[in-house]
Design a protein around this ligand. Structure first.
Ligand code: ADP
Ligand code: ADP
Ligand code: ZN
Length: 218
């Protein structure tokens, strides 16, 4: 199974991807997460990427394509993977097609999580992330047992710099102009599945699973 999960920032891609990766035993390729991890480790890639990220801008296409290519290439044609947050531009989608052709692979499904504008804002501003293990919470919709503390590892929860109001609007504008056009790119190939994200975590997940069962996959 080779999945791509897309949707506006805050739609629930990360939350749903985590469950899919566990249930179907997939390699997770989340470009946002890869940049944040590289930043935490103090690597040049992460430090450069964070300059774009904290303002809500997209990281350069060539840099982003390269880190995905390195991962995919290593995994080879039989790999099972889930791409979360990549591609985000038509140029990246074209690059991904080339990479997959290169390793003799193709996508099983493109899952597009559809959420309305107000919910996106609400989800983004309430998001909290664990500094140690990256587990994601929400102040209202998925609060931790103890405020500010991760249920999984007792790490400290923080608000991502790009989830603060100053960057949020920019991210949504960029999504509309750069990322939304990708939906059309995948439409008509028979792999695009629209999922109603305006439901509970569990209901969204079961809709995704139903859609996957209805598709033929390898
Ligand atoms: P969200 O979960 O809110 O959609 P991500 O964790 O996927 O956010 O990404 C965080 C930030 O990392 C993005 O706003 C962008 O700056 C950068 N980023 C992630 N993936 C890409 C990509 N494919 N191309 C360019 N920038 C990216
Ligand atoms: P994305 O990766 O698309 O940016 P996340 O999975 O990080 O989105 O979710 C954004 C925020 O919204 C998180 O705080 C998460 O806990 C919350 N969230 C995700 N899905 C739902 C849902 N179905 N209902 C309520 N809150 C949700
Ligand atoms: Zn944690």
């Amino acid at each position: 199974m080779k999945l791509l999960v897309m949707g506006p920032p805050g739609a629930g891609k990360g939350s749903q991807s985590k469950k899919l990766v566990e249930e179907y035993d997939l390699t997770s390729i989340s470009t946002g997460e890869m940049f944040r991890e590289a930043y935490k480790r103090g690597e040049k890639l992460g430090i450069e990427a964070m300059e774009y990220i904290k303002e809500g801008n997209l990281v350069d296409d060539d840099i982003t394509n390269e880190i995905v290519y390195q991962r995919l290439k290593k995994k080879g044609p039989d790999s099972r993977f889930l791409l979360d947050g990549y591609p985000r531009t038509v140029k990246q989608a074209e690059a991904l097609d080339k990479m997959l052709a290169d390793i003799g692979s193709r996508l099983t499904a493109v899952i597009n999580i559809v959420v309305d504008y107000d919910a996106i804002l609400e989800r983004m501003v309430g998001r909290r992330v664990c500094k140690s293990c990256s587990e994601t919470y929400h102040t209202m919709f998925r609060p931790p047992n103890v405020e500010g503390v991760c249920d999984v590892c007792s790490g400290e929860l923080y608000q991502r710099e790009d989830d603060k109001p100053a960057s949020v609007k920019n991210r949504l504008n960029i999504y509309e102009s750069k990322t939304r056009p990708i939906i059309d790119y995948y439409k008509g190939r028979g792999v695009l599945v629209n999922i109603n994200g305006m439901q509970s975590f569990e209901a969204v997940y079961s809709d995704i699973k139903r859609a996957l069962r209805e598709l033929r996959h390898d």
